[in-house]
Design a protein around this ligand. Structure first.
Ligand SMILES: NC(=O)c1ccc[n+]([C@@H]2O[C@H](COP(=O)([O-])OP(=O)(O)OC[C@H]3O[C@@H](n4cnc5c(N)ncnc54)[C@H](O)[C@@H]3O)[C@@H](O)[C@H]2O)c1
Length: 493
């Protein structure tokens, strides 16, 4: 029976179907033994959102065929169109999908955060492999959906938190799961982000939409608002409708190590606080505390209940006892402190540079055996795409891991945005709902911080939303109502 190249890439070889499922191995050596297609079989890849980070992702993927590109800003994306002159260009991913999704094996998504889920979900439902930038999604519901869709359609997936493929992350996991620091009951993570403007009032000025920009498509599923150049490119991060603030920007990089090393699942309690919180724009600095219940003990270490603290905007946890004076806790813009009963482990953003505060240097043979390092994250996904689903070794940030991790990240956003409820919020992860917000409770959030000084006299003119039903507000943050024309596939059972 003849088998087309497309079917070959989608389902793996006929021979592979006869192979016994490979053991669940996650290290480089195992990957090399997994069934692969010949190197001449390249993936046909579509890129959506290509002007910024997407350009770097595509560069790492350009050994494959880049067949189609979509970007809402033809001026900003021009340098990428120039690099791939044979790829067809679109200013709306829906038109690209209508024309070309059937010809693609895989999709790379690097748009603003609020559109990741829609673009990825449609591709997965069509049986396409997906590489999606971090944060995987804008909401908890969207993360749950992508996790379940990826499992249902058996596609290869990878979130763009490249530190997940790095050696530092592997060492952290190995040391913790080997019991080198004992039981961990507290973790503190931090970043110097945001390094872009946040804490801003919504602009009132309306700018003319450049002819090269498809503003309607940028807005996508969000509520339409007038164009202002403050939102795009890059700065979408700070605007809640489009981005997820410093958490969305960095927590997928920084919390990946604790999430995987400690086998964290859904938190059970969360609380957040921040500098002045506006309803439209993320604050300048935030602190979030999440509590995770005890997990199944590992052979060499128990996994008791653990508190995970998040600090951003340059706020830092107290320096751990014994930390040498003058030593910076930040590495590569962030870091994590794991407090264990026997020792303290510290690593940087992306899991880089792990060390024990005692100065001990335990061996890490498993991490040493791992061949992947930063930069290969995208090609590791290509490797997974080409393997038969029955024997595929998942890439390091496969959505089965990235989905639940991202839920934790956007849970931080929920904790900050609901801080006016003045309580520790109790979270029912299975059912994606808070259990201690009453049906008649209301919440008000600042819409404008109009501080001014007239003749030496300050005026503190803060404006607030009308009281909103708190349960409904929380539900909308957990699962957004999309603008007409944008619909997610149903949640698989
Ligand atoms: N892994 C990393 O280290 C890393 C680094 C930077 C950014 N990112 C992530 O990449 C994503 C993009 O960030 P960025 O810094 O590149 O932003 P950016 O604004 O510089 O680039 C986003 C690109 O997507 C386009 N775009 C936006 N909405 C679109 C839509 N609906 N359809 C098609 N194109 C659209 C924009 O025009 C632009 O070209 C974010 O989710 C961000 O968190 C990851």
């Amino acid at each position: 029976m003849a088998i087309s190249r497309r079917e070959f890439l989608k389902t793996g070889t006929v021979a592979a179907a006869g192979l016994a499922a490979a053991p669940e191995m996650v290290f480089g050596k195992a990957k090399k033994t997994a069934k692969k297609v010949a190197p001449s079989d390249k993936l046909n890849i579509i890129g959506v959102g290509i002007g910024g980070r997407g350009a770097s992702d595509l560069k790492n993927l350009e050994s494959q065929n880049i067949i189609g590109l979509a970007d809402i800003d033809f001026k900003y994306a021009q340098h990428v169109f120039d690099r791939y002159p044979d790829a067809k260009r679109y200013n709306d991913y829906r038109k690209l999908y209508d024309d070309m999704l059937k010809d693609a094996d895989a999709v790379m998504v690097a748009t603003a955060d609020h559109t990741h889920a829609l673009i990825a979900a449609e591709a997965i439902t069509a049986g396409k492999h997906v590489y999606c930038e971090k944060p995987l999604t804008h909401t908890v519901y969207e993360s749950r959906l992508l996790t379940k869709l990826a499992a249902k359609y058996k596609v290869a997936t990878q979130m763009g938190n490249q530190g997940a493929s790095g050696k530092g992350t592997a060492i952290v996991k190995e040391w913790i799961q080997n019991g080198e620091i004992g039981e961990v009951t507290k973790v503190e993570s931090y970043t110097n982000r945001p390094i872009w403007p946040q804490g801003l009032c919504t602009p009132t000025e309306v700018h003319e939409i450049p002819a090269t920009l498809n503003w309607d498509s940028f807005i996508g599923p969000a509520k339409m608002r007038p164009y202002n150049s403050i939102y795009h490119p890059w700065n979408f991060r700070g605007w809640w409708d489009f981005g997820t603030g410093a958490l969305g920007d960095m927590a997928c990089h920084i919390l990946h190590a604790p999430f995987t090393a400690l086998n964290l699942g859904y938190p059970i309690k969360v609380q957040g606080s921040s500098t002045a919180l506006l309803n439209d724009c993320a604050p300048n600095a935030q602190i979030v505390k999440m509590v995770f219940p005890a997990r199944e003990n590992l052979p060499k270490v128990a996994m008791p209940e653990v508190e995970v603290w998040w600090y951003d905007g340059g706020l830092m946890p107290p320096r751990p006892e014994g930390m040498p004076e003058g030593k910076d806790l930040m590495q590569s813009g962030g870091g994590t402190i794991f407090h264990g009963t026997k020792d303290t482990l510290i690593c940087g953003c992306y899991g880089v540079g792990p060390y024990l505060l005692s100065g001990r240097e335990p061996a890490h043979p498993i991490a040493d055996a791992q061949t992947i390092d930063r930069g290969d994250h995208q090609m590791d996904w290509v490797r997974a795409c080409k393997e038969d689903p029955a024997v595929r070794v998942p890439s390091k940030s496969d959505f089965s891991v990235a989905g639940p991790l991202n839920e934790m990240v956007v849970m931080g956003v929920l904790a900050v945005r609901l801080q006016a409820l003045n309580r520790e919020l109790l979270w029912d992860g299975e059912n994606m709902r808070f259990t201690n917000i009453g049906p008649d409770e209301t919440i008000k959030i600042m819409t404008e911080d109009g501080f001014s000084v007239t003749d030496g006299h300050p005026t503190f003119n803060k404006k607030y939303t009308e009281p909103m039903n708190a349960q409904a507000f929380a539900a909308e943050l957990i699962k957004h109502t999309y603008r007409d024309g944008y619909v997610l596939p149903d949640m698989p059972e």
